[in-house]
Design a protein around this ligand. Structure first.
Ligand code: SF4
Length: 212
């Protein structure tokens, strides 16, 4: 059975048109992800390097671990969207250019993951921290406003997303470091579920997202 998908999709945005490389893979045994669960290392990296640590309900130390989330599911679908930074060449500030590309990709991959989640009655892990509220209630010590809609990122559940992309999607994640523009930007999501999902069904969901 075919379990991977590689596509290139055109997306017309309000201020530019971009092409998005779409890579997806289906898994029929989620225990394979145990090899990519790195709780101590990722918690330390978040604590030492991320301004969101302890300030968002979707981020460590409040996020749930992958092991506690996956135990209710048997199968999964990993999706990665990437786009060349050349489509953002008009934005001269390199940091803002990467940010603009990331905002678009995170939003697209979230739409796709939530559509797969609905289709399979599953549970998605998204790209980046929760953005449902302008400012997370965590910062003012109040409970999460949308606990049923809020989703963790793959990283926040302690998955090594870089290694997962290298190993299963033949896609190497690049980062904006030392003011050097990466060749492309990427966003990744994972959906856990119990139903059977065919690659053609994933393809239909992707087509719907890019035709909106
Ligand atoms: S839904 Fe709002 S309060 Fe809850 S994690 Fe997301 S941003 Fe924070």
């Amino acid at each position: 059975m075919e379990d991977t998908i590689f596509l290139e999709k055109k997306k017309v945005l309000t201020n530019r048109t971009i092409f998005v490389k779409v890579k997806g893979k289906l898994f029929t045994d989620v225990s394979i992800f145990h090899n990519y669960f790195e709780e101590d290392r990722i918690e330390k990296a978040c604590k030492e390097g991320c301004p969101n640590y302890g300030k968002k309900w979707s981020c460590p130390p409040f996020s749930k671990s992958f092991l506690s989330l996956e135990k209710d599911y048997t199968s999964a679908c990993m999706i990665c969207f990437s786009t060349q930074m050349e489509y953002y060449a008009d934005i001269k500030n390199k940091y803002l250019a990467v940010k603009a590309a990331n905002v678009t990709l995170k939003s697209l991959v979230e739409k796709c993951a939530r559509a797969v989640e609905t289709y399979t009655d599953g549970y998605s892990l998204l790209s980046g921290s929760c953005r449902l509220c302008k400012s997370c209630q965590c910062k003012i010590n109040l409970p999460c406003k949308h606990p049923e809609k809020m989703r963790y990122s793959m990283e926040a559940t302690a998955l090594n997303v870089q290694k997962l992309c290298d190993d299963f999607l033949n896609h190497h994640l690049l980062w904006y470091t030392d003011k050097v523009l990466p060749e492309y930007a990427s966003a990744v999501a994972l959906v856990l579920f119990n139903q059977h999902l065919e690659i053609d069904q994933l393809s239909d969901i992707l087509n719907d997202i890019f035709s909106e």
